[in-house]
Design a binder for this molecule. Structure first.
Ligand SMILES: NC(=O)c1ccc[n+]([C@@H]2O[C@H](COP(=O)([O-])OP(=O)(O)OC[C@H]3O[C@@H](n4cnc5c(N)ncnc54)[C@H](OP(=O)(O)O)[C@@H]3O)[C@@H](O)[C@H]2O)c1
Length: 256
């Protein structure tokens, strides 16, 4: 099954589109004639200049909305605006995530555990996604195929955790995976044409991976364009019974 058809253009929403993988999705979808309208969200104009300039070049296709994913009221407002405009979505990709910033570094050891930092990881990387699932449901309730994907990370796999470290990031991505698995079960009842998945993009050359790239072999560090092409391939090949699964960039299923 595919959510993309030549006959009727699909509507897409890319959340966290200011930079990195989210911006890469916008750059790809803007060139795809099977996509009608693209809605995107960003949190602050300072890091969204490229996104805003694409929106200025394609005003009929691309709409940018402000959304800080830690504020449920902003999530609700954005989705209401989209609903008032187009009523149905076919592709939603949540690309928001945090690993580090000026006041947050992934923990190397238990000594560095701090509850405030853990809360930030969970609020951005896991809780936001289930709030999106809550508010997006009405826009998926239509008879056409659709996909709700969240970008997760292989380090969130409990079964695959051999190295340890990065407590907050790992646990928040494991939490994201559980939220999406549980969402998939409820969506199956309430919006059966929607496939819900989490996706591991592979190590991708973005702000998020930048401080950790030096030990990554060149062939394992993907460009944003490469990652987006692979994840689009994975999504276009999803089958109904793939809902609730966790996929890697090559289409293989990852262990929980
Ligand atoms: N890059 C990799 O190697 C890699 C590997 C595995 C998984 N991932 C996952 O892939 C996804 C995309 O990451 P990326 O590599 O593209 O990172 P990135 O370039 O740092 O982009 C992260 C995005 O999240 C947004 N964001 C952060 N906090 C937010 C908040 N409170 N509200 C709204 N938006 C917020 C950022 O917006 P601002 O511009 O406003 O900060 C930005 O658009 C993340 O979920 C990440 O965990 C990445």
């Amino acid at each position: 099954m595919s959510f993309l058809h030549e006959s009727h253009p699909a509507n897409a929403l890319i959340i966290g589109a200011s930079q990195g993988i989210g911006l890469g999705f916008v750059q790809k979808l803007i060139q795809d004639d099977r996509i009608g309208k693209i809605y995107t969200t960003y949190r602050q104009p300072e890091t969204a200049t490229e996104l805003i300039s694409i929106a200025n070049a394609y005003p009929h296709k691309l709409t940018c909305l402000v959304m800080d994913i830690t504020e449920e009221s902003q999530i609700e407002k954005c989705i209401q605006k989209i609903g008032a405009d187009i009523k149905k979505l076919h592709l939603v990709v949540n690309c928001v995530g945090i690993l580090h910033d000026s006041s947050l570094q992934p923990e190397k050891s238990l000594r560095q555990i701090n509850s405030e930092n853990l809360l930030r990881y969970f609020q951005i990387n896991s809780i936001a996604a289930v709030l999106l699932a809550k508010h997006l449901l009405p826009l998926f309730k239509h008879p056409e195929n659709s996909i709700f994907a969240c970008i997760s990370a292989k380090v969130g796999s409990i079964g695959d955790n051999r190295l340890g470290g990065w407590y907050g990031y790992r646990a928040s991505k494991a939490g994201l995976n559980m939220f999406m698995k549980t969402t998939a079960i409820e969506y199956k009842r309430r919006t059966p044409k929607t496939i819900v998945v989490t996706l591991h993009p592979g190590t991708t050359d973005t702000r998020l991976s930048q401080p950790f790239q030096k030990n990554v072999p060149v062939e394992k560090l993907f460009s944003v364009e490469h990652t987006v092409n692979q994840l689009m391939d994975v999504m276009e090949n999803l089958k109904d019974n793939d809902t609730g699964e966790f996929f890697s960039w090559d289409g293989s299923k990852l262990p929980w």
